[in-house]
Design a protein around this ligand. Structure first.
Ligand SMILES: [Zn+2]
Ligand SMILES: [Zn+2]
Length: 395
């Protein structure tokens, strides 16, 4: 069974401590600080992260020096643009489990590379048959890899849980069934219907059906159910739409990047969060998705308000909002103005912040019958006065 020889073999042996880069020099890996032996999966993640960062760094130079395994991993990393900010931030992420929504991005791309490796080597041949059948049935190649990778990951977790060797029988059997189901819709439902709970499982594992594939069969062979949408982001795209949205849908990418930003924030990598907002802004702006551009800018401003050390750097975001808010309704205009004033103050420009508060008060005065507006301006002005000493001292 083909796995990833140089990156992670079937026993998950750590690779050599030095790794060749394109120009012939070697980079020492940072020493593992922990002395206790990590869980196999954690070990796999850790090894992969170091490799991934090196691969990402050298992606534009000397790829001819890379092994076939490494090229496949790099290809998998490229296939997920929402994770680019993560590949950049790899050395700064805390060790241990890192999840975006419920997905572990490192395990995900390793899974990709393993499936592609197996496909390339036709080992096991069932991978080729299943993947080709899925693509013929309407899966994008990426979604087909996800579907097969899911079957592989189930086996992998079993191996790690029981510390027993990989048993290829069920994996190959399930792939065969998948291919069959893709070629002939309804055929798997028929198999599930006609197999008794105590019969031998149709996957060929030798186990009883009830102890093997009863819940897995029939597998879900709707291509749209293997779409990739990370939960836990801001709402840039509705989940219902995401199911059928093409893989290169920009709002889908924004949604996924937003989930990545949240995961980086949870991990305490605020520099990474800022970098992610930057790439989100670039996408929203160049794609001219006006509404989403507003959302991205607002998220970035909100981040700056919560992390005053970034205030100076998100000022450009709030300036764009401010410049474009003339047409908007008054509550929005005033809150954009006040956010900008707070960011200026955080960044040490107390006088400019104060002037903007004055401007907001003048603006609000023209809408004296709008109680909500008066309350907001008044309340925030109070807060600003109370905190301004403290903010100024931070500088
Ligand atoms: Zn993927
Ligand atoms: Zn089975």
């Amino acid at each position: 069974m083909a796995l990833l020889g140089g990156i992670a073999d079937a026993k998950w042996n750590p690779p050599a401590n030095h790794h060749s880069v394109g120009d012939g020099t070697t980079i020492p890996h940072e020493e593992e600080s922990s002395t206790e032996s990590p869980e196999p999966l954690a070990q796999l993640q850790h090894i992969s992260r170091e490799h991934m960062h090196e691969l990402w760094r050298m992606r534009d130079q000397g790829v001819s020096e890379l092994s076939a395994d490494e090229l496949r991993l790099l290809e998998a990393m490229r296939a997920h643009p929402e994770f680019y900010p993560l590949w950049e931030r790899l050395p700064y992420l805390p060790k241990g489990e890192f999840l975006v929504g419920e997905m572990n991005p490192f395990v995900h791309v390793v899974m990709h590379a393993i499936v592609e490796n197996q496909y390339g080597a036709s080992d096991p041949p069932e991978v080729v048959a299943a993947l080709d059948s899925l693509v013929k049935a309407g899966f994008t190649r990426h979604r087909a890899v996800h579907a097969i990778g899911n079957v592989f990951t189930i086996e992998l977790f079993d191996v790690l849980k029981s510390q027993s060797p990989f048993n290829p029988l069920r994996y190959q059997g399930r792939l065969k069934l998948m291919g069959q189901g893709a070629n002939k819709p309804g055929s798997l439902e028929a198999i599930a219907r006609t197999t008794g709970r105590n019969d031998r499982c149709p996957c060929g594992s030798g186990r009883k059906f009830k102890r093997c594939c009863i819940d897995w069969l029939p597998p879900d062979l709707d291509p749209n159910h293997w779409h990739f949408l990370l939960p836990g982001g801001e709402i840039y795209i509705l989940p219902e739409f995401a199911k059928t949205a093409p893989d290169d849908q920009p709002t889908r990418l924004l949604n996924n990047l937003s989930a990545v930003a949240n995961a980086l924030a949870a991990a305490g990598d605020f520099e990474g969060v800022f970098a992610t907002y930057r790439s989100m802004e670039e996408i929203a702006k160049t794609q001219e998705i006006e509404g989403f551009w507003y959302n991205v800018l607002q998220d970035a401003v909100f981040f700056g308000l919560n992390h005053p050390e970034f205030a100076a750097r998100v000022l450009e975001f709030s300036q764009i909002l401010l410049d474009r808010s003339d047409e908007e309704e008054i509550l929005f205009r005033v809150s954009v103005l006040l956010d900008h004033a707070d960011l200026l103050t955080y960044a040490g420009h107390v006088g400019e912040g104060k002037a903007l508060y004055g401007k907001a008060q003048d603006l609000a005065a023209a809408y004296s019958d709008n109680q909500e507006l008066q309350k907001i301006v008044h309340g925030r002005r109070e807060d600003w006065s109370t905190h301004v000493q403290h903010w100024a001292k931070r500088q």
